[in-house]
Design a protein around this ligand. Structure first.
Ligand SMILES: NC(=O)c1ccc[n+]([C@@H]2O[C@H](COP(=O)([O-])OP(=O)(O)OC[C@H]3O[C@@H](n4cnc5c(N)ncnc54)[C@H](O)[C@@H]3O)[C@@H](O)[C@H]2O)c1
Length: 327
């Protein structure tokens, strides 16, 4: 691998720009080319980052040297591009959700295993500083046993997607697979596979627009609420409230605050980085840390532990189980 990863980024939309901004801040990564099916989109984007643009992955791989393909494409394309990049012998970072169904996830994992390349899926919430802090509190037991968590994520329907692909449930999986999976994945990261799961929700022509799920893990409970069908003027929000035997960790309508019985409440400080990309999140935080982790692990050869292809596949499986319960 050497001391630097060279990245070809595929998909010059909202997430592509977020990733390119991160690579420009990572010393051990270099963006070497971009690919977009729309030549005008690719060449503007390539110009912004000083790299050549191509309209197909094949053309890019034939023209530049790279050891990573970063896939920021609409979800329905994740499987085919991952398999193609693996066959070309490239390591892969692919946006979440991993794919539209479990068998596509299996194909992605098998192709990467067969080619001996490393795959990671962009479950950025596991790396988001406040959420990573919550995981740390759960693992350390510093507030005692975790009793329950509420995870919330909602906003207006994302208006930016190219040719409005997000509105087509055949391409995006709808709001529950596309957006709510962040919290499904985080619930599994905290407590493993749920023993029981009950979901309710509402559907429209774009698939499940709002979903309410309760998961049980023995006597621990996680309640999740997610959706993207609020009015256009509604600001995006993600929030959590975790209750422990001896305290609580709350990020809701304010910064993460840790309450411990008998002590003053504490507001931890996190490094802030501004994103030039816009969209509904104005902070590179989780995106920066997930890609830094990926690059560092590729260079060191150490295994991925925070997120693995199998855990990302499991999140797709559980999110689809939730969706299947919504009539
Ligand atoms: N981690 C997060 O918080 C987060 C947030 C938003 C989106 N996402 C995920 O990122 C992925 C991309 O979403 P987005 O919002 O950036 O979409 P987008 O529509 O903004 O960008 C997709 C880009 O891919 C290009 N494209 C489409 N088909 C192509 C093809 N065959 N070959 C090359 N280029 C092609 C489009 O022209 C467009 O520029 C999705 O899987 C989405 O779920 C993740």
């Amino acid at each position: 691998m050497g001391s630097k990863v060279k990245v070809v980024l595929v998909g010059c939309g909202f997430m592509g720009r977020m990733h390119a901004n991160v690579y420009s801040q990572l010393e051990q990564a270099e963006l070497v080319a971009v690919v977009d099916i729309k030549p005008e989109v690719g060449s503007k984007f390539g110009g912004d980052f000083g790299v050549p643009s191509y309209t197909t992955l094949d053309e890019a791989l034939a023209s530049v040297e790279c050891n990573v393909v970063d896939i920021c494409l609409p979800t329905w394309l994740h499987k085919d591009f991952t398999v193609a990049a693996a066959k070309a012998g490239k390591n892969i970072f692919c946006e979440k959700p991993m794919a539209l169904n479990v068998s596509e996830c299996d194909e992605m994992i098998a192709a990467c295993d067969a080619a001996g390349v490393r795959l990671s899926i962009g479950h950025c919430i596991r790396f988001w500083p406040e959420y990573a802090k919550l995981k740390e509190i759960v693992v350390s037991g510093s507030l005692g046993k975790l009793l329950s968590v509420n995870l919330t994520r909602y906003g207006a329907f994302p208006s930016w997607s190219s040719d409005n692909w997000l509105a087509d449930p055949e391409k995006s999986g709808g709001g529950a697979l596309d957006m709510h999976i962040h919290d499904t994945d985080f619930a599994l990261y905290l407590l493993g596979t749920p023993q029981k799961l009950v979901s309710f929700g509402t559907r429209d022509q774009r698939g499940v627009g709002q979903i309410f799920t309760t998961m049980t893990f023995g006597d621990q409970i996680i309640h999740l609420e997610g959706g993207w069908n609020l009015p256009r003027t509604t600001p995006f929000k993600h929030a959590f409230r975790a209750i422990f035997e001896r305290g609580a960790a709350i990020m809701d309508a304010g910064p993460l605050t840790i309450h411990e019985d008998g002590k003053e409440a504490v507001v931890p400080e996190f490094e802030k980085m501004e994103a030039a990309g816009g969209g509904n999140i104005s902070d590179l935080g989780g995106y920066f840390f997930e890609l830094k982790y990926y690059v560092d692990k590729l260079i060191s050869g150490e295994p991925f532990e925070v997120t693995t292809p199998d855990s990302s596949k499991e999140s797709v499986r559980v999110a689809l189980e939730e969706i299947s319960q919504v009539p």
